[in-house]
Write a protein that binds this ligand. Structure first.
Ligand code: SF4
Length: 302
């Protein structure tokens, strides 16, 4: 029996569902019940009837699934952490609230549970503008991604106070430089440039469309263009090509999130066999964080 078959069997035995982020390696995406971006996976986690969730992604995603469902959430690799999420400790959110009393705090889903517990509402790259625009305030505290703050400032015209000042994704900042994007645009003049809002402002300015990974999947299906340059983690290229075999997608070689790639089929099988490692969020933190996540879900019903 192949490893994918073994995983299917173990999944049935433990009434488990496998959720995988769009940046996971192809073979992990292929064994998953659902692939998607953070918002999509939150919705899937909320609706699942399974007893156990195997979350193939990074730390904050598995925490969010655990907070939303209260179910057993297994992570194939407990060291798969998002460095951006680690850039905003809860204490810094508390300090910002003290410094700017009454100003709503919107935190990107790429934050750890303790920070989420301090937020008024959470957002993802798919619903950030919707969430910020829904708030009855001209000023918003936002963190941790300063590039997403740039995008939000431009699109919402609100005053965005960023915490920390220069939070960022190491992949979108360091491995998707504007110089390489402009070279690719010259090389493929007919291509549409899709950029993630975690990209640097220079890349955002060159983009034809700025979207979450699921937003990019929708655009690739809907637009008549036959070629796309994809400015995000290279894992999305697999799903884009699989769903649109008649179109070409140029991803940046080397735009790889090492943490996303820590999950392998062997580790998925291992965690289903051993029923660990399991995510644990302290109940008091989970309760507070859940309020902020649920508020986001209410604001973005789509
Ligand atoms: S791609 Fe960037 S934001 Fe996403 S998990 Fe990796 S480091 Fe974090």
């Amino acid at each position: 029996m192949g490893i994918a078959e073994e995983i299917k069997k173990l999944k049935v035995e433990s009434n488990a569902v496998i959720l995988a982020h769009n940046y996971q390696v192809p073979e992990v995406q292929d064994v998953a019940d659902f692939c998607g971006d953070s918002l999509d996976l939150c919705r899937k986690a909320e609706k699942t009837g399974a007893d156990t969730i195997v979350f193939c992604g990074v730390d904050f995603m598995a925490e969010t699934a655990s907070i939303l469902t209260g179910k057993k959430v297994l992570v194939p690799d407990a060291d798969a952490r998002c460095p951006m999420a680690g850039m905003l400790p809860a204490v810094q959110v508390r300090e910002a609230k003290k410094k700017h009393p009454g100003i709503p705090v919107v935190l990107y889903i790429n934050t750890l549970a303790e920070a989420k517990a301090e937020a008024d509402v959470i957002c993802t790259s798919a619903n950030m503008l919707e969430v910020i625009n829904s708030l009855d305030s001209d000023t918003v505290i936002f963190g941790p991604d300063s590039n997403m703050a740039y995008f939000a400032r431009k699109k919402t015209k609100k005053n965005i106070i960023t915490i920390p000042e220069a939070g960022h994704c190491i992949v979108h900042r360091g491995l998707i430089p504007a110089k390489r994007i402009s070279e690719m645009l010259k090389l493929h003049p007919a291509a549409i440039l899709l950029a993630h809002p975690e990209c640097e402002p220079e890349v955002q300015e060159m983009a034809h469309h700025i979207a979450s990974t699921n937003g990019m999947l929708k655009l690739a299906r809907a637009l008549p263009a036959k070629e796309f340059i994809v400015a995000t983690e290279e894992g999305l290229g697999y799903r884009l090509s699989k769903e649109n075999p008649d179109k070409k997608f140029y991803v940046l070689a080397g735009a790889v999130c090492r943490n996303m790639k820590k999950t392998t089929l062997e580790k998925v099988r291992e965690c289903l066999t051993r029923k660990e490692p399991q995510v644990f969020v302290p109940p008091d933190i989970a309760k507070k964080a859940r309020r902020a996540i649920e508020r986001m879900m209410e604001l973005s019903k789509g």
